[in-house]
Design a protein around this ligand. Structure first.
Ligand SMILES: [Zn+2]
Length: 386
């Protein structure tokens, strides 16, 4: 449906036209959120639709006669993990939302499908983004799908398989000394110099719209909200997007005021949101010397920090860090106990749940772990010590 307007995430009175290309709020540089006038989304209308995220088109920025740039993203399985559920002695069902089953094998495809659909509508001739890895591959694929040139800025030490993925979809890859925020500065400069459209996380309002469909799928599958969502968190678009989605779903009459606890998981080698959460801070500061084997979690500074912290607190959730050894062990557990193609980030989510369960945490309803991408995306790992 056509959005009503874009609203600043810091001050709702800062409102902008949604029918023009947009970046952040010109007054304070905060991310912009898409607002819709009225969401007419009935469950019965969904029954006949294909299981992609665009089945929720009444809740997505798409004109009635417009076709999205799609590769069949979304509609990923919500897998019951009964063996782990027993092992952890949970009193509620445990599910894994397996986002490795998306095009380009990660949850990044959802956001890029929405962002590239909008950029194409607005006539973008080139798209640019920084990436810790998976977002670059997704942008490269959706750019190719839309027929729009793509440039990706990646940290120089990104796993070679991710660099190759971008290149083989025809994207131009620029390797940058530093981390994703350094790559982000280069991408922003490239956008200013060339007029390329910057689709960096939360620098434009539409990747959130794609990511939020994860919450629509959870509510459709479970018939209500889960008790807790355990989410490996880098840039945080998914966390912010899902939190927005629950409000929309309440507005559409699908759920009431109940909300899941949002549990943010980061790597102990890069945990700016956890540190800020524990300090009671409203915003996060940059994490120096960030290092973790979970490439998707190596995000030392995120523009969505305030939004993430607000959502975690409003949900009565929490934030915790797990180390690389724990995530590697739990990634293996998801694979051997449940047959799920979990990467390090999915392992991090399970590691966090194990910490919480051991600490006696109780959940009000089903627990959903997010496996955000396939293990195959990072290429061969060093053999673990026997
Ligand atoms: Zn503003």
């Amino acid at each position: 449906v056509r959005p009503q307007h874009l609203a600043c995430s810091l001050d709702d009175s800062h409102r902008y036209d949604a029918e023009r290309p947009a970046t952040t709020c010109p007054l304070d540089e905060a991310p912009l959120l898409v607002r819709y006038a009225r969401m007419d989304l009935s469950r019965t209308a969904l029954a006949a639709r294909a299981p992609s995220m665009w089945r929720y088109r009444e809740a997505l920025p798409l004109d009635d006669d417009e076709e999205p740039v799609t590769l069949g993203e979304g509609g990923t399985p919500l897998l019951r993990a009964g063996r782990l559920e027993q092992q952890l002695q949970l009193e509620v069902p445990l599910f894994v939302k397996d986002e490795s089953r998306n095009p380009t094998a990660s949850f990044k495809s959802r956001g890029m499908s929405a962002a590239v659909t909008r950029a194409k509508k607005f006539g973008a001739r080139e798209l640019v983004a920084p990436s810790a890895g998976n977002a670059g591959g997704a942008l490269a694929a959706y750019g190719a799908r839309a027929g729009i040139a793509v440039t990706v800025f990646l940290p120089r030490d990104t796993p070679p398989i991710l660099i190759e993925e971008c290149r083989t979809y025809g994207a131009r890859v620029v390797l940058v000394d530093g981390l994703i925020d350094d790559a982000g500065k280069r991408a922003a400069a490239h956008a200013r110099e060339t007029g390329a459209f910057n689709v960096a996380t939360l620098r434009e309002p539409y990747r959130i719209e794609g990511k939020k469909t994860m919450a629509y799928e959870l509510v459709e599958a479970l018939g209500g909200v889960p008790g807790a969502i355990i989410y490996p968190t880098g840039g945080g678009t998914g966390l912010i997007g899902m939190w927005k989605a629950f409000d929309e779903l309440e507005g559409a009459g699908w759920i009431g005021a109940e909300r899941p606890q949002l549990i943010c998981v980061q790597a102990s080698g890069c945990a700016p949101i956890v540190r800020a959460f524990e300090a009671g801070a409203l915003a996060a500061t940059r994490w120096e010397n960030a290092s973790t084997a979970a490439w998707g979690l190596r995000v030392p500074a995120a523009i969505g920090d305030r939004l993430m912290l607000r959502a975690i607190r409003d949900s009565r959730g929490t934030a915790l860090a797990v180390d690389d050894e724990m995530m590697s062990r739990e990634m293996a557990a998801l694979r051997t106990s449940e047959g799920i193609d979990a990467g390090e980030e999915g392992g991090a989510a399970l590691a966090a749940l194990r910490v919480l369960a051991a600490g006696g945490a109780r959940f009000a309803g089903p627990v959903v772990l997010f496996n955000t991408g396939s293990a195959l995306k990072y290429g061969p790992r060093a053999r673990p010590a026997a």
